[in-house]
Design a binder for this molecule. Structure first.
Ligand SMILES: Cc1cc2nc3c(=O)[nH]c(=O)nc-3n(C[C@H](O)[C@H](O)[C@H](O)COP(=O)(O)OP(=O)(O)OC[C@H]3O[C@@H](n4cnc5c(N)ncnc54)[C@H](O)[C@@H]3O)c2cc1C
Length: 391
């Protein structure tokens, strides 16, 4: 029987980081992945340039049933720590916006960095192998791989969440968690486009139109671009609030984030009553969107033909447009998963399961989900290091 100190299930961001760290501590490490090569999500991330961290990382940029859980790991492995690694490998990078750091070149450089860190640490790999059965033994875990038994003292679950199954994502982590009696917080698709009902066909006809917005779901507020799609709404602002959204909730959108007064239409009417509402809105918005909004608001041809009351209502609605999505595009299109293995089951310093010593859970499999913008990789690195230092 093949024996290892540590077996890591999943050669994604978190698994590779944990494996490299454990290997550097002199542990014998095997990484298992059912894919034929490592880091597939890293390769497609950030439009192929990998938004590998965010310098504004803090606990508030993560969603979890326990908002304090991520703090310890994030404090012990910071964006600066990952950036030091990136610079050690001479990978050129830039800050795009809002603290988001990207490779100048390609996400392939990040996968190559992680694989090199593993290589120098003597980590072994088994690609194209799905873990068939995992059993607890007296001194750790027994794992069947392609019909062969493997023994390990520590088992790290890094198989991610079920978002984008066609990239090899699976709910294996949850199955394993349940086998070992660990609770799972209901997984939901997150950072995912919304779908709008057929009745909103006027907006769906705007497919491809984008505009700066402030989007709100409950207490979550994000100022970023929104994009109309043939199915509904996308763009960074919508993806951000989707992580907080529950079925039946409205998404409120301020379509004119730089206009501060609801009475601005009235002021414009008194200044120039012959102004066409479409022409006025086109000063702030793409023309197709302006036209659709004027139709929805049933505004007359000239501002002067509209009462002050109606203009005030229109101003209020433009600042808080209620969209009622009928759903999202689901796990097939979700960048990440909200929910996952409950943090109540894990040590926040080592990611080890409290009721199953030797079992660790890291990355997206855990009920910690970052905002859009490099936060999810920072969690993968930090939780990977936490487990790799302990396993
Ligand atoms: C299109 C897209 C773009 C993204 N862009 C960014 C970005 O720019 N910045 C950012 O911070 N985040 C981004 N994310 C999110 C980020 O990719 C994830 O949060 C991160 O990859 C999670 O890391 P992980 O190691 O936990 O899981 P993953 O990277 O998903 O790795 C899990 C691994 O486990 C393997 N696996 C699954 N099931 C099994 C099984 N049963 N047996 C064996 N192996 C298995 C998979 O093949 C995979 O290799 C993006 C996500 C997507 C989908």
């Amino acid at each position: 029987m093949a024996k290892y100190d540590v077996i890591v299930l999943g050669a994604g961001a978190a698994g590779l980081m944990a494996a490299a760290r454990a290997g550097q501590r002199g542990r014998s490490v095997l990484v298992v992945d059912h894919a034929d090569s490592p880091g597939k999500k890293i390769l497609i991330s950030g439009g192929g340039r990998c938004n590998f961290t965010n310098i504004n990382t803090r606990a508030e940029t993560f969603i979890s049933a326990n908002k304090h859980f991520a703090k310890s790991a994030l404090a012990r492995y910071t964006p600066r720590d990952f950036l030091d690694l990136v610079e050690r490998y001479d990978i050129a990078w830039h800050e795009k916006t809002l603290g988001q750091l990207f490779c100048d070149g390609s996400a392939k450089q990040i996968v190559a960095l992680l694989m090199e860190e593993c290589r120098v640490a003597g980590v072994e790999f088994a690609f194209g192998s799905a873990a068939e059965a995992v059993e607890r033994t007296d001194d750790g875990f027994k794992l069947m791989l392609a019909g062969k038994a493997h023994q390990t003292s520590s088992l790290i679950i890094a198989t991610g969440g079920p978002s984008i199954p066609k990239m090899g994502a699976s709910d294996f982590a949850y199955k394993l968690a349940r086998q070992f009696g660990l609770k799972v917080v209901e997984p939901r698709p997150a950072l995912v486009p919304f779908t709008l009902p057929n009745a909103d066909s006027l907006f769906r006809e705007l497919s491809g139109v984008a505009t700066e917005t402030i989007a709100t779901v409950g207490k979550a507020v994000f100022r970023e671009a929104s994009l109309f799609t043939h199915k509904g709404l996308s763009g960074p602002a919508m993806l951000q609030v989707s992580s907080y959204w529950r079925h039946g909730e409205p998404v409120h959108v301020n379509l004119l984030p730089d206009v501060t007064s609801h009475d601005w239409l009235i002021e414009e009417k008194h200044a120039a009553p012959k102004t066409k509402p479409v022409a006025l809105l086109t000063r702030h918005l793409p023309e197709r969107l302006a036209q659709a909004l004027v139709t929805k608001l049933a505004l007359p041809a000239m501002l002067g033909d509209c009462s002050d009351k109606a203009l005030r209502q229109a101003g209020e609605q433009l600042a808080k447009w209620p969209f009622l999505p009928d759903g999202t595009e689901g796990f097939a299109k979700a960048e990440v998963t909200v929910g996952g293995i409950s943090t109540a089951e894990l040590s926040s310093t080592t990611m080890e399961a409290k009721r199953c010593p030797g079992l660790y859970v890291i990355g997206e499999a855990v009920d910690v989900t970052g905002w859009l913008g490099g936060y999810n990789f920072q969690w993968a690195w930090a939780s990977g290091v936490a487990a790799g230092n302990a396993a």
